[in-house]
Structures are given as C-alpha cells and as structure tokens.
Design a protein around this ligand. Structure first.
Ligand code: THU
Length: 131
C-alpha cells in the first residue's frame, strides 16, 4: 500500500467533527481511518441525555467499518472541534485494538505511533483462545 495520506484523514476527521451531536459537553470529536482495502471510514461523537450512554466518535467509526464490509484499520486520527489532534479514550483504544491491532498507526499529539504504544500489553482476541 502507498504511504498514508494523513492530510486526507485529518480533513475527513474535521468534517466528521462538524456533524457531532454534543449538546451537553459542547466538545465535538471527529475520527477518520484508512482501511486495508483503501476505504476511509469516519465517525463523530453522539451524546445522550443519559450522559453515560454517549457514543464516542470511534464507536461511529467502527460501525462505519463493519457496515461497509469490515477490513483492518491501517491508520487513524481524531480531532476536537478546534481541529486539534486528540488521543482516543481508554475504551476506544480497546475498540481500535480489536479492528487494527499492532498494525494500526495512530496520529497522536506527539507524532505517529503504533497501536501497541497507544495500548501497551493489550487484551485482545488471542487471549480468548489462549486458555
Ligand atoms: N469523546 C470521543 O468522541 N472520543 C474520545 O476518544 C474521547 C471523548 C467524546 C465523548 C464526549 O461526547 C466528549 O468527547 C467529551 O468527553
């Protein structure tokens, strides 16, 4: 595969953040990722009056991935409403691990990192068969 077009992913993440439903926190988030087959998937956060029910942008992105036929996540970025790169929350790191694993590159405020740096010693699908 060719080099990752990070500018295109950033642009998709910013566009997604503009669709966010965040009437409670007013903190918009957009996420975008490149898939192994070349597709770009994206998501935005969707809040709820039951605050704990809130869906992070990464949840929407993973739903977009699966709905569109699956595949592995190759490169991921997410940003807030100001366009600044942010880190996925802990729960969403687990979501990303499931669909990208160690092969996933993540844009962080400190540069591009491998997913194993973002979620060290991750629990994953292999652990369920290794009993
Ligand atoms: N949020 C995300 O969408 N993704 C993250 O990884 C961090 C947090 C959202 C959830 C909530 O709507 C808002 O940001 C404030 O926490």
């Amino acid at each position: 595969m060719n080099a990752v077009d990070w500018a295109a992913l950033q642009s998709a993440a910013r566009a997604a953040s503009e669709r966010a439903y965040a009437p409670y926190s007013h903190y918009r988030v957009g996420a975008a990722a490149l898939v192994s087959d070349g597709r770009v998937v994206a998501g935005c956060n969707v809040e709820n009056a039951g605050y704990g029910v809130t869906l992070c942008a990464e949840c929407g992105l993973v739903s977009d991935l699966v709905l569109g036929g699956g595949g592995r996540l190759i490169a991921f970025t997410c940003c807030n409403g100001d366009g600044a790169v942010i880190m996925p929350c802990g729960r969403c790191r687990q979501l990303l691990w499931e669909h990208g694993g160690d092969g996933l590159l993540v844009e962080t405020p400190e540069g591009i990192r491998g997913m194993a740096d973002v979620l060290p010693q991750a629990f994953g699908p292999e652990d369920l068969v290794r009993r």
